[in-house]
Design a protein around this ligand. Structure first.
Ligand SMILES: NC(=O)c1ccc[n+]([C@@H]2O[C@H](COP(=O)([O-])OP(=O)(O)OC[C@H]3O[C@@H](n4cnc5c(N)ncnc54)[C@H](O)[C@@H]3O)[C@@H](O)[C@H]2O)c1
Length: 261
């Protein structure tokens, strides 16, 4: 389903992004990787770039070919570097890249955002999410955090709540919809990658261990990559604006507890 396709994958130097790029290559796709760090594995092309600033995003976009089939937004921070960098990379930079790349994605192409079970609270915090998603462009995130009284420890879950909400909105934005570009998310639970140790520090061992216990084990990057690539592929042509739980059943378990069934 990906043979001959050109897929832009961010976060290719590690974890889920590295496995997504590797698997896409095995499936016959040309992969253009983006990361702030050099990847160990081979990608068809690699762009060293920083998604945390508008200038960094513009620099990446300037190096891209004129035509892409899909964009997999995998790069992310755990929150351990503070709310400004986390919101910048995980949401505003991701969105700026997606908007800038959209005109290069072929009609019927796809964008896939790696969100997280940590974004589960988007409904509970809907008004905040609507306000922060409603800010257009790449804002001054430091000023925004100060204005809205956002705390560092909220950075990671907040970034994923915004991403889940924006994914649903983006599916209906003319920029994407008018050319049939689907926008979906995949939301993992805990996954054994270098970031997991940081999550333990940011979210606490109890939360991470509880999530793992609910589904029997942590996921692996190899569990997540096929879901991301399925959403990139034409096989997902009728899937749009959805958030695919890619978590071994974790969201279902949390739903049962929260909704009481
Ligand atoms: N591992 C988990 O438990 C887990 C769970 C849910 C969601 N996720 C999400 O999956 C995605 C991938 O995480 P992972 O587990 O592979 O982590 P990881 O730390 O192994 O990989 C993240 C990659 O993003 C890159 N990156 C960070 N800042 C960047 C920037 N400014 N510009 C460009 N690249 C940058 C890093 O260099 C790294 O290669 C993230 O969005 C993360 O939030 C991970």
């Amino acid at each position: 389903m990906l043979f001959g396709k050109t897929i832009l994958v961010t976060g290719v130097a590690s974890g889920i992004g590295a496995r997504t790029a590797e698997l896409a290559g095995q499936m016959g796709a040309d992969v253009i990787g983006v990361d702030v760090r050099e990847p160990a594995g081979a990608t068809t092309a690699f762009i060293k770039g920083d998604l945390s600033t508008a200038a960094g995003v513009a620099d990446i976009v300037a190096q891209l070919p004129s035509r892409l089939d899909a964009l997999a937004n995998v790069a992310g921070l755990s929150g351990n570097t503070g709310i400004v960098s986390t919101l910048s990379v995980n949401f505003y930079g991701l969105r700026a890249l997606s908007e800038a790349v959209a005109p290069r994605i072929r009609e019927g192409g796809a964008i896939v955002n790696v969100a997280s079970i940590a974004g589960y609270g988007w409904r509970a915090h809907l008004e905040r999410a609507k306000t922060l998603v409603g800010i257009e462009g790449f804002p001054d995130v430091g000023a925004l955090a100060a204005e809205h009284g956002l705390k560092d420890e909220e950075g990671y879950p907040l970034s994923k709540e915004l991403l889940v909400l924006w994914t649903m909105r983006a599916a209906h934005l003319p920029l994407f919809r008018d050319r049939g570009i689907r926008v979906n998310a995949a939301s993992p639970g805990p996954v054994e990658t270098p970031i997991l140790k940081q999550f333990r520090a940011v979210l606490g061992d109890a939360r991470v261990d509880s999530d793992i216990t609910r589904v029997g084990r942590a996921g692996t990057a190899a569990d997540i990559a096929p879901a991301v690539l399925f959403l990139c592929s034409d096989g997902a042509r009728w899937i749009n604006g959805t958030n695919l739980a890619t978590d071994g059943g974790l969201e279902a378990s949390i739903n049962a507890e929260v909704l009481g069934f």
